[in-house]
Ligand binder design. Structure first.
Ligand SMILES: C[S@@+](CC[C@H](N)C(=O)[O-])C[C@H]1O[C@@H](n2cnc3c(N)ncnc32)[C@H](O)[C@@H]1O
Length: 235
């Protein structure tokens, strides 16, 4: 990467190397989110289609989609060079590197030169503050899609301070304390979440999507406050 901090979140070489193991321990249902997202895309798209993976990280989505749909053209857009490098390595090992384009950058800031049939943004939006950054990110995704294009969006939906949201954060913390070996690492992770995650209520998320030109078709996965929506670009 160039700068190794994205929205206050470190995705440098050390974090990229540890990411694949760590994200599975931290996010309850990470595997299910990715597996269900992949099969939902298979249901939505024809055999030949183009998919943009925004915030493609270490290539979890890209390798799954390449494996399931050999004729999809896949583009990963990711600001961290180190995460991209790890994704490139995984694509190579999976034998799908020639079908995956990896671009270092962000939606709205990087010209991709094509329109896509679908886009995914899994576990990205909640890192962006609701000060125009979330709206700009979603508008850029809408711009990148063909009319009628699909968006799969997963992030934390719920407002900090609101009783149910705080209850779910506390329950998640207890689950992490009970299932992970290093309590000091869990404490660091939750301090990081408190600082860097900017979730909004489910209603606000739908309003932001509508503003960007999306209609929400429904929710397809949930783990406490983490929730995945299927949305469609309106015309
Ligand atoms: C928690 S990771 C999720 C990665 C992958 N989608 C997954 O599910 O494993 C968040 C990723 O979003 C990237 N990111 C942060 N801000 C972004 C932005 N504005 N546009 C695109 N990606 C961004 C980070 O660099 C990081 O790789």
């Amino acid at each position: 990467m160039t700068a190794d901090i994205e929205q206050g979140v470190r995705y440098d070489a050390r974090h990229a190397a540890a990411y694949d193991r760590k994200i599975r321990a931290l996010i309850p249902g990470y595997e299910a989110l990715h597996e269900l997202s992949a099969f939902l895309l298979v249901e939505l798209l024809p055999a030949r289609a183009s998919v943009l993976v925004a915030g493609s990280g270490t290539g979890e989505e890209l390798t799954r989609y390449a494996d399931l749909a050999p004729d999809w053209r896949l583009t990963g857009l990711e600001p961290s060079g180190e995460m991209n490098a790890r994704a490139a390595e995984r694509c190579l090992v999976a034998g799908v590197a020639e079908r995956v384009r990896l671009v270092e950058g962000k939606p709205g800031e990087t010209e991709l030169g094509e329109r896509f049939d679908a886009a995914t943004a899994l576990l990205v939006l909640h890192f962006l503050p609701d000060d125009g950054a979330k709206a700009a990110f979603l508008a850029a995704l809408a711009h990148a899609l063909e009319p009628g294009g699909w968006l799969l969006l997963a992030d934390w939906a719920g407002e900090r301070g609101e009783p149910m949201c705080e209850r779910l954060f506390r329950a998640w913390r207890s689950q992490q304390d009970a299932t992970r070996p290093k309590p000091e690492q869990v404490a660091l992770d939750f301090a990081h979440l408190d600082r860097n995650v900017h979730p909004v209520s489910p209603e606000r998320r739908i309003a932001l999507l509508a503003e960007a030109g999306f209609t929400v078709e429904g929710e397809y996965w949930r783990a406490y406050g983490l929730s995945a929506l299927l949305a469609r670009k309106t015309a």
